[in-house]
Design a protein around this ligand. Structure first.
Ligand SMILES: [Zn+2]
Length: 144
């Protein structure tokens, strides 16, 4: 399929299907075919195109000295959370998935010591914490 550059641009800029249909007087299926050809996600309720979760995540972070990442999005019960499509997964979980490519087992939490750090490479899940503890125990002769 040959893509129209003007439709592609509007999709990439986050315009709704309805806006694009109105602007170019094209059918819904034309806009949808473009979106699918671009591998863009389904638009969320309200018609706005959903950005990839990676973009949503990094748009709410701020780098801190030491390679840490501060969460500038909202918090609930002291946990940074990413509001998206009516769901509020913890930013630790989302970051963990981005870095490790799998779901965390148990809670995902920063293991770097920086309070509420969401740097994906600094996030650990339960098996990783357990493994670290057993390595420490091996080094320090079972202390703790
Ligand atoms: Zn960190």
């Amino acid at each position: 399929m040959k893509l129209r550059a003007d439709i592609v641009e509007m999709l990439r800029n986050g315009h709704t299907h309805a806006e694009i249909m109105r602007t170019f007087r094209v059918a819904h299926k034309t806009v949808k075919a473009h979106r699918i050809a671009l591998h863009m996600p389904e638009p969320k309720r309200g018609g706005h195109v959903l950005r990839p979760i990676k973009d949503e995540f990094y748009a709410r972070t701020e780098p801190v000295d030491g390679g840490h990442l501060r969460w500038t999005g909202h918090h609930a019960n002291g946990v940074p959370r990413l509001g998206r499509q009516g769901k509020h997964p913890s930013a630790y979980r989302v970051g963990f998935r981005l870095h490790h490519g799998r779901e965390p087992v148990g809670h995902a939490k920063p293991g770097c010591g920086y309070p509420q750090c969401v740097a994906p490479a600094h996030l650990e899940d339960r098996p990783m914490r357990a493994q670290l503890r057993s390595q420490m125990a091996g080094i320090f002769g079972g202390a703790r």
